[in-house]
Design a protein around this ligand. Structure first.
Ligand code: HEM
Length: 473
């Protein structure tokens, strides 16, 4: 197809560094692409003479997002974790809801929806607020700690509660550790497109570990099956739904859903919360206004959900954090037929890459896009394909209402109980390790709230990514 944008195709040997860069450090690679080629770029076949090997089309506009995300039958999801060999536990686990397609996806999504409906989400408030306090009780005044580690604990525990009804911190920590290791090994193994069982490699370790994870998930499912009445948690609801005749929901599906749901829930939330804490700490004028908003409107703990929903600065903080540092940096879809995207010809099997990070940095949608400005959300609201931290269309994140509330509750409580600061002189880089997260740690320190707020000196690529009050002068 003739199109002037075709000149953005890099094929054969010239595409190799791009493929390597994308697998190794997708954040830097996508930035470089956008700098050199704008909002449309094609990594052509690594070997143009072979029928194998697929094109990757990177299209970062609102229209492209809509074409891909609103047409799940043309652009199917392959999930967020890499493929494993046929018949392996890893391959079975990766086929949870995020990697399902067509009628099976629609049916399973429908089964999962009730516990994520707005009314159900509001009923979790007493549990969420209790768990938040239990984690915040661990924070010692004046002592530095890794905020990312803490938000991971918090997000994990809350997710384990809602998904599996785990009230036991040790039990949810065990599940979290199993899944975290699975994700870490997946990130290491993805230097290759498939996890091969080659002794001594990350791929082989991933495949062995997936067997352990799968067994743990089956144990959990068997426990749920013994309940006579389904509990309120998501897994219990699914296990009992599977008992219904003609429900197309096998034990393999249940184990995959359990692991993918837990991973989707806590890894993303942990990252988003850590960034929100960072942004509060590095924007002291905003923090003072937010503090005032919370003090004047939230008088009880646990608060009334309707009160929480009426705080524009809090809402702006969460949205701005998800805009600037979206945990799910990009998603990949596979063309199911010959088609086109933004004038670029695509064949069946070619990949389309949709990036929340790149979309959220488009100056035509967001003025001065790198600037942290929570008040922009009080003005014109972006369209559904312009703000996509939770994706959009028929695969929109099922947990988004839940997580918006959870994050707001965490911020409210953290501000009521503490003054937050990043440790002076911290070097903070963000990179993509499944999520866009702090590369190493996020050292922070808390003190008694005294109504004063100040930022600290931080180095690292975070300063290129976000213009805060502290680094924009
Ligand atoms: C800040 C936190 C979160 C972010 C940024 C986020 C983001 C996303 C994104 C981008 C997708 C689409 C992925 C894709 O299409 O490949 C997704 C899907 C999903 N998310 Fe979330 N998520 C978050 C929290 C949660 C939580 C807490 C839960 C559950 C408790 C959850 C459950 C799901 C599920 C079930 C899907 C699959 C939906 C489908 O395929 O139909 N997410 N999420």
């Amino acid at each position: 197809m003739a199109n002037k944008k075709e000149k953005h195709i890099v094929e054969g040997v010239a595409s190799w560094p791009w493929y390597r860069g994308f697998l190794k450090d997708s954040y830097s690679c996508l930035n470089k692409m956008a700098d050199e080629y704008g909002d449309l770029f094609v990594m052509g076949k690594p070997n143009p003479f072979s029928s194998k090997g697929r094109r990757h089309v990177f299209a970062f506009s609102e229209e492209a997002n809509k074409s891909v995300l609103a047409q799940p039958d043309i652009f199917r999801s392959g999930g967020q974790v890499i493929k494993g060999p046929k018949g392996s536990a890893h391959q079975r686990l990766r086929t949870g809801i995020i990697a399902m397609n067509g009628s099976k996806h629609r049916q399973h999504r429908k089964l999962m929806q009730p516990p994520f409906a707005k009314i159900a989400v509001a009923s979790y408030v007493p549990t969420i607020t209790r768990l938040i306090d239990q984690v915040l009780d661990r924070w010692e005044m004046g002592k530095s700690f890794d905020m990312y580690d803490e938000t991971t604990k918090m997000a994990n525990w809350i997710a384990a509660h809602i998904l599996f009804d785990h009230d036991d911190f040790d039990r949810s920590t065990q599940t979290c550790e199993l899944i975290t290791r699975w994700i870490d090994l997946d990130v290491k193994a993805r230097r290759l497109p498939v996890a091969f069982d080659i002794p001594g490699t990350a791929g082989a370790r991933l495949l062995r570990h997936a067997e352990v994870v799968e067994e743990a998930m089956h144990e959990l499912i068997n426990e749920k099956r013994k309940e006579t009445e389904p509990a309120k948690d998501v897994l219990s609801i699914l296990v009992h739904a599977a008992k219904v005749e003609d429900a197309d929901l096998t034990d393999v599906d249940l184990a995959a859903h359990a692991v993918i749901l837990h991973a989707a829930a806590f890894v993303t939330t942990a990252t988003a919360l850590a960034w929100a804490m960072y942004l509060i700490a590095q924007n002291p004028k905003f923090a003072a206004d937010l503090d005032e908003e919370i003090k004047s409107n939230i008088t009880n703990w646990p608060p009334d959900v309707t009160q929480v929903d009426k705080l524009p600065l809090l809402d702006g903080l969460i949205r701005e954090s998800l805009r600037l540092l979206p945990p799910v940096h990009h998603v990949i879809r596979t063309a199911t037929c010959d088609t086109e995207l933004q004038g670029v010809e695509m064949h069946r099997g070619d990949k389309a890459v949709v990036s929340a990070f790149m979309t959220h940095r488009n100056p035509d949608i967001y003025a001065d896009p790198a600037r942290f400005d929570p008040t922009r959300w009080m003005k014109k609201k972006p369209g559904p394909f312009q703000f996509i931290p939770f994706s959009a269309g028929p695969r929109l994140c099922l947990g988004y209402q839940f997580v918006m509330l959870e994050m707001k509750l965490v911020v409210i409580r953290a501000m009521q109980r503490f003054k937050l600061n990043v440790v002076e002189g911290t070097h903070l880089d963000a990179n993509v390790q499944l999520t866009l997260r702090p590369k190493d740690t996020l050292p922070m320190v808390v003190n008694k709230p005294d109504g004063t707020f100040s930022a600290t000196r931080v180095t690292g690529n975070i300063n290129e990514l976000v213009k805060c009050e502290a680094n924009s002068k």
